[in-house]
Design a protein around this ligand. Structure first.
Ligand code: ADQ
Length: 461
């Protein structure tokens, strides 16, 4: 059997299952795949150092080998904070207004991709399957090929692929996509992002595209492009729900909201997650239904991320102002309608909070998939499930049509959905829950890993 080499911007060092802080989700799934196949997970250590000697830190933990390199201050600035997070991330989330185009950061991005290729190539053996992840490493396939690698190489994009009309605003867009056609399999979260990619290849590159099979033929190579919707680690998440930590978290939240309904949002602090728009929707709900202020407590958990990027600093300030305004206008001595918490929690605690919350509010303006929506559903009591309000612009909406779907840009729509969820009778809540839970349970992250690696392993070479 072939080994698997996973390459991503950051590497999650595996922890033993059941150990305190054991990881779930993507990191857990990739680690189990690596254990099954044997192999290596390569990426940036997260550390900054000016060491250019090509030192690779190899570690073996719980059956998985990780190989990491440090990046220099300039590399982090140009590749990570610059091109990846100030150009590609906003553009791929349809935010042209936030997209920065700087030649220097583009060069830094190429330089770090080249460095990744240089460092990882000696670790790759002849029959290894190579699986590259996400927007930080779009051109890595081509960099690896230029070093003579003949292996099967796959790529998965965790975020949306933008429509052609937006994507062409990126200088050198064609050069970037041509580098991607050196992969053998390219995976997207949804049919929608896949279609945008195929459209680009056909219209802008003149590639031959078979819409039915997702096969793209270009300059003598054939690439398979396909949708592989990611899921959660169901078993791991349920096991977290059985812990004392989860039960305590549930109790803690329930006793603090008492007779009121808890409505929860859990997101990284990121403008793509629609947080200010969500607060506006809640404000609108309180304006339209002032008699219900005492019925509802909204808990937003949003730990900061990418704090070196300016647009991320701004979002934090905006959010604090908006929630402060509503709390200022609507609080009583014993009622504070919005609790805004700036830190992360473990999956066990999140399970408990989700279970204690009768409404889950997941309203990104654009999202590749959104695993929080699936985790919220997975934590519900089947006999008395809560209601998921979900943005129609999250990739997850295509898989969860029985959620209450909303347009996150419209405060009226959000307000209406909150009212509907608050008043929803048990039989409708159960019907919606039963319509979604099968997908969440069965299309899980193990399945996703298997589907992708099976397709990659079947590529003829
Ligand atoms: P993210 O943008 O990080 O991921 P998401 O899928 O919602 O978004 O979350 C990933 C994980 O982070 C989830 O397991 C969630 O529980 C955890 N998380 C989020 N907020 C948290 C918080 N406040 N505290 C603790 N944990 C938190 C990117 C893409 C998504 C895609 C994933 C996976 O942007 O669209 O679903 O990758 O492919």
């Amino acid at each position: 059997m072939s080994r698997l080499v996973v390459i991503s911007n950051r590497v999650a060092v595996p922890k033993a299952r059941g150990a305190a802080g054991a990881q779930g989700g993507l990191a857990g799934a990739l680690n189990s795949a690596l254990k099954k196949f044997g192999g290596i997970w390569f990426g940036w250590s997260g550390q900054e150092s000016e060491d250019r000697t090509g030192n690779i830190n190899l570690q073996r933990n719980d059956g998985v080998t990780t190989a990491t390199i440090d990046l220099s201050t300039r590399d982090i600035d140009e590749y990570y904070n610059g091109y990846a997070n100030s150009t590609l991330w906003p553009l791929f989330h349809y935010r042209l207004d936030l997209t920065e185009y700087e030649r220097e950061t583009g060069k830094g991005y190429e330089r770090v991709n080249e460095r990744f290729a240089e460092c990882v190539t000696p670790l790759i053996e002849e029959d290894d399957l190579v699986w590259v992840h996400d927007y930080h490493l779009l051109p890595l396939g081509e960099r690896l090929r230029s070093r003579g690698l003949k292996n099967r190489i796959g790529f998965f994009l965790h975020i949306p692929w933008p429509p052609t009309r937006l994507f062409v605003s990126l200088p050198f867009h064609d050069r970037l996509v041509k580098t991607m056609l050196d992969y053998d399999v390219i995976g997207f979260q949804t049919q929608e992002w896949l279609e945008s990619f195929l459209h680009y290849c056909s219209k802008e590159l003149g590639a031959e595209v078979d819409e039915e099979t997702g096969r793209i033929s270009y300059e003598g190579r054939t690439v398979l492009a396909k949708a592989y919707p990611i899921g959660i680690d169901w078993d791991h998440f349920q096991a977290q729900g059985e812990t004392g930590e989860a039960r305590q978290a549930q109790q803690r939240l329930m006793s603090s909201v008492r007779h009121r309904t808890a409505m929860i949002g859990v997101d990284r602090l990121d403008y793509s997650k629609g947080l200010p728009e969500r607060i506006d929707g809640i404000g609108r709900f309180f304006d339209q239904h002032p008699d219900r202020v005492r019925d509802l407590v909204f808990i937003q958990i949003a730990p900061p991320s990418r704090e070196d990027v300016e647009s991320y600093q701004q979002i934090r300030t905006v959010l604090e102002q908006k929630s402060g305004q509503i709390n200022g206008a609507r609080s009583e001595v014993d009622v504070v309608p919005i609790r805004y918490v700036n830190r992360g929690y473990s999956h066990a605690e999140l399970y408990g909070f989700f279970r204690a919350s009768k409404i889950g509010l997941v309203t990104p303006l654009r999202d590749g998939m959104n695993l929080v929506a699936k985790e919220y559903l997975a934590a519900q009591d089947p006999e008395d499930p809560g209601v998921l309000i979900l943005s129609r612009f999250a990739g997850a909406a295509a898989q969860l049509p029985d959620a209450v779907l909303v347009n996150p840009h419209s405060p009226d729509d959000l307000s209406h959905a909150i009212k509907k969820a608050l008043d929803m009778p048990l039989d409708e809540r159960k019907r919606r829950y039963e319509g979604t839970i099968g997908t969440v349970r069965d299309d899980n992250v193990q399945d996703w890993t298997e589907a992708f690696t099976n397709d990659l392993a079947s590529v003829p070479i």
